[in-house]
Design a protein around this ligand. Structure first.
Ligand SMILES: [Zn+2]
Ligand SMILES: [Zn+2]
Length: 303
């Protein structure tokens, strides 16, 4: 095997391929109107959607970007593979650009702030900007010291294809989805639709939890230096990531829903995994920040 560089710039695929694939998957979503579908296919599409959201929120975001809990090297690799198979590029790429986002949140150099770049650039455009497609391994040295993570990051685009092949074989030659002969339906519904929706759920955190005037659907509990809000309406499809104002107040926490009434499915799954010793040292929110949030939240309700 050729040696793997663990420092410097790791080049991405060609931008042209990335753009063509983005257009193609969106067009293929439209074939749901003509392809045969079964209850089982819908069920697995929903399951895969939440698996993808968990992959980017628990894996790429809370683990690789923020290191908000600990795990074994083996489960770390599993999270990296899960994240890569979810179509949001490599986990080191994700972590590098997300750390950049926190450093510059809603400032002119933020890669995806709707305040400075507009809604569509923040939702999608930045993903196809040459400034943000490669991975600077030196900016994520805590992760790039693991050669297996660098390898997954480099070849991230292969893992979604493996899932596609597996789903085609299952759909075409087994009755897992209700009957055989459903290979293309399995690819489109179970892989493409779930993946595309999970990517949009992630992008909605950039665009609906930043740069929006607070209102009924999005509350601003903490007076952070950015424009973040907590979008309670999106807490289920983002598995808790939309408690984004909380998260920008204390990004090191393994939970984004800071209070028991702020539903955070990612944290609940992480708690469950901690019971089995798969993850541990889930970082908690300090008491003074919880107190600050209660006070500021009460003041906002009173005003
Ligand atoms: Zn943010
Ligand atoms: Zn974050």
């Amino acid at each position: 095997m050729a040696s793997l560089e663990t420092t410097g710039i790791q080049k991405s695929e060609s931008l042209a391929i990335i753009k063509v694939r983005m257009v193609l998957v969106h067009v293929l979503c439209l074939t749901v109107f003509i392809l045969p579908v079964t209850e089982q296919i819908i069920y697995w599409s929903v399951v895969l959607f939440f698996v993808r959201v968990f992959a980017w929120e628990a894996g790429s975001h809370r683990y690789f970007a923020h290191r908000s809990y600990k795990t074994s090297r083996a489960f770390q690799l599993f999270l990296a593979l899960l994240a890569a198979s979810g179509g949001q590029r490599g986990p080191l790429w994700w972590a590098e650009h997300h750390r950049h986002h926190h450093r510059e949140s809603d400032q002119p150099d933020d890669p995806h702030s709707p305040v400075h770049r507009g809604y569509w650039f923040a939702h999608f455009g930045w993903l196809y900007d040459p400034r943000y497609v490669d991975t600077d391994l030196d900016k994520v040295k805590d992760l790039s010291k693991f050669p297996e993570l660098v390898w997954v990051n480099k070849y991230h685009y292969l893992f979604p294809y493996l899932v596609v092949i597996a789903l085609y074989l299952l759909g075409q030659y087994t009755t897992v989805f209700g009957s055989s002969g459903l290979g293309f339906s399995a690819i489109v519904w179970v892989f493409i639709v779930s993946t595309v929706l999970s990517v949009h759920a992630s992008s909605c955190v950039n665009t609906l939890a930043h740069g929006q005037k607070p209102g009924f659907f999005n509350l601003r509990r903490f007076n952070t230096d950015d424009t973040t809000t907590n979008v309670w309406l999106l807490c289920i499809p983002t598995m808790g990531a939309s408690w984004h104002n909380n998260h920008h107040r204390f990004m090191n926490s393994a939970r984004a829903g800071f209070y028991w009434w702020e539903l955070d499915l990612t944290y609940l799954v992480l708690k469950l995994l901690s019971l089995f010793g798969i993850v541990w040292d889930l970082q908690q929110v300090p008491d003074h920040i919880l107190q600050e949030g209660r006070q500021q939240g009460a003041e906002q309700q009173a005003s």
